[in-house]
Ligand binder design. Sequence first.
Ligand SMILES: [Cu+2]
Length: 146
Amino acid sequence: MKALFLVAITLLCSSLFAEDHFVKMVNTDANGQIMVFDPPFLKVSVGDTVTFLPTDALHNSQSISYLSPNDGDSWLGEMNEELKVEFSTEGVYVYQCAPHIALGMIGVIQVGAPSNLDEINNNLAALETMIAVNKNRAKDYLSLVN
Ligand SMILES: [Cu+2]
């Protein structure tokens, strides 16, 4: 009986504690990708946080409203700022580094179920017109949504 109680408490606690995730903003990653979020795709749970780390200089992280869930979370990091975002709304978020959008410096965060994935795919062309190099990244990262 006591063991069962302990198991129940352990399960309860693990669901209560949100996880913290980290994304580095770098000039080059381990795969030789240039101007990139590392990792570029993350799957997290509602209530988790993601901290963007200014590992290299002259990057920021900001959400893109037309590539986020309706009434979803939004953020706007300053250049070189370490920014912690808590996700309270489920869905898929595509975000960018403003100075390097032309170089395809974008990332994707999936929070829980990908309820807005069709909407994102419908709106993706607007983002892709702003990207000159590494145009394939948006589709590559979104292919990891599961
Ligand atoms: Cu950048």
